[in-house]
Design a protein around this ligand. Structure first.
Ligand SMILES: NC(=O)C1=CN([C@@H]2O[C@H](COP(=O)(O)OP(=O)(O)OC[C@H]3O[C@@H](n4cnc5c(N)ncnc54)[C@H](OP(=O)(O)O)[C@@H]3O)[C@@H](O)[C@H]2O)[C@@H](O)CC1
Ligand SMILES: Nc1ncnc2c1ncn2[C@@H]1O[C@H](COP(=O)(O)OP(=O)(O)O)[C@@H](O)[C@H]1O
Ligand SMILES: [K+]
Length: 448
């Protein structure tokens, strides 16, 4: 179910391999343009359509789509920013037998399709071009981006020039990082992936529905996974995390705490002392509500068990190398990430992988565009999750869910991906008025 994600270079290599294997470049372009036309017919309906074509193959896709839409009875206008400069786009232009207007003079239309630049964008658009494009996109009833909104950096998701909001983005062969990274992701509208017959493979992918191994019919509570949570100064946070772990299918959840916690389900065991050498522990969770008590993190790191390190505990690690040799999952939001790893350079994807390498841990780099990075180079991009997840305590819930998945026996990277996926779906099920407590209650429906 996981869909591959390719960088611009990887996409070019995949296309080159397809061409090497005997598929003509014009065939790929024909498939891309036809796929885009089909998506427009499906999502936008029959209205006058203005297709804006750039000089490269992104523009080429536009000429092909124009021909297909016209064949289906659409009134199509094409406006070009520049003459086609690639062989394939010149071919596509030659197949379009309608007129071509000048981009600078093109009037608005109900459907506007932006085929100015895609993966070949090398810099921001000229200000006058960006401004005119934004106006046409804003004025459209349905705005469609071919591969990517023009101005988006394919690999990092940054806006190299100002970008308006689109309703539909049709991409080809594989998703690109920008489809799942902010700020670009928020500008794309619905993202449709069209198959053009290119083999896409690699270590980066969109996190899909998880394959949780079925329960052992002869299992018992310990074999289903024991999560041991370490409480700190704010018991509410560990209560959310422990409840989430219990709802995520751990067979046994316990919390070591010096004070009784009132709002824990009765099924979660509270204990005074913490025997972390207990070999039945499938995963230790430390951090939610911990406060400034570094000795609790140190205690957790003395245990030879898998550990999820969240929230306050992330800042207390100090040096990422301290985690080498441990079986660790770290779940930082932006602030916690910077606290531990400093201001790393590159895209969010680059930073997540660098942090995983430095700490030899799985990193769940949270935010509206959550990433899961493994030291072995695997990188999972979360599918879009509802913005109402941005409320206090939802990160504690995620930490508990990851600990449960790990205790259930998934490998650290898979446990994190599985939990991130369920977390997003539980938020969808819980709805806009949700608080973190409701998110816990929605986990079982998202799991089933
Ligand atoms: N290859 C294939 O088989 C298939 C590819 N497909 C499609 O091709 C797209 C990639 O095509 P592409 O590589 O030709 O690049 P594209 O995005 O059209 O632009 C490059 C041109 O723009 C120029 N340029 C760049 N930035 C600029 C700026 N800010 N302002 C002004 N100019 C700028 C740049 O020139 P330069 O940087 O050298 O100045 C160059 O001339 C991809 O997104 C997908 O839609 C599909 O058809 C499937 C098969
Ligand atoms: N705008 C957003 N859209 C979708 N998910 C978000 C957004 N903002 C935050 N999240 C998610 O909500 C959770 C917040 O976690 P965190 O920042 O640790 O909060 P807390 O510490 O209050 O529990 C993370 O899973 C994060 O990915
Ligand atoms: K485009």
């Amino acid at each position: 179910m996981a869909r591959p994600i390719l960088t611009a270079d990887q996409m070019r290599a995949a296309e080159a391999a397809a061409i090497q294997a005997g598929i003509a470049e014009t065939t790929l372009m024909e498939r891309a343009g036809a796929g885009m036309a089909q998506a427009i017919r499906f999502y936008a309906g029959p209205r006058e359509t203005l297709i804006l074509c750039g000089p490269g193959n992104n523009g080429g896709d536009g000429y092909v789509a124009a021909r297909h839409l016209a064949k289906h009875g659409y009134t199509v206008r094409v406006a070009a920013l520049d003459e086609p400069r690639t062989e394939a786009s010149r071919w596509a232009r030659s197949q379009w037998d309608g007129p071509v207007e000048r981009f600078a003079e093109a009037a608005a239309a109900p459907i506007v399709v932006d085929c100015l630049f895609g993966t070949g964008l090398s810099r921001g658009l000229e200000a006058s071009v960006a401004e005119r494009l934004s106006r046409l996109v804003d004025d459209a009833l349905v705005a469609v981006a071919c591969d990517l909104p023009s101005g988006v950096s394919t690999d990092g998701g940054a806006s190299l020039s100002p970008i308006a909001s689109y309703d539909l983005t049709v991409t080809f062969g594989a998703l690109k990082p920008a489809h799942r990274l902010m700020p670009a992701m928020a500008k794309m509208g619905r993202v449709v992936l069209a198959n053009i017959g290119v083999e896409a493979d690699g270590k980066w992918f969109e996190i899909g529905r998880l394959e949780i191994p079925p329960l052992d019919p002869q299992g018992h509570k310990y074999s289903r996974g024991l999560v041991h949570c370490l409480a700190g100064q704010m018991p509410g946070a560990i209560a959310l995390a422990a409840s989430a772990a219990a709802r995520s299918g751990a067979g046994y959840v316990r919390v070591s705490t010096s004070l009784p916690i009132t709002n824990l389900p009765s099924s979660v065991v509270q204990t005074g002392g913490a025997d972390l050498q207990d070999e039945r522990i499938g995963c230790i969770l430390v951090g939610p509500g911990l406060g400034d008590t570094p000795q609790v993190l140190t205690l957790a790191l003395t245990a030879p068990r898998p550990i999820v390190i969240d929230a306050d505990a992330i800042g207390l690690v100090g040096d990422p190398e301290r985690l080498h040799g441990h079986d660790t999952i770290l779940t930082p939001h932006e602030g916690e990430f910077i606290k531990l790893f400093g201001d790393l350079s590159g895209s969010k994807a680059d930073r997540a992988l660098e942090a995983a390498r430095r700490s030899q841990s799985v990193i769940v780099y949270k935010g509206p565009d959550t990433l899961v990075a493994s030291p072995d180079g695997r990188l999972g991009f979360a599918p879009p999750a509802p913005a109402w997840l941005a409320s206090a305590g939802t990160g504690d819930v995620l930490a508990g869910m990851i600990a449960a998945m790990r205790a259930r026996g998934l490998d650290p990277f898979e446990a994190a991906c599985a939990a991130v996926w369920v977390h997003g779906r539980a938020a969808e099920a819980a709805g806009p008025g949700m608080i973190a407590d409701d998110l816990v209650a929605a986990i079982p429906s998202a799991l089933s």
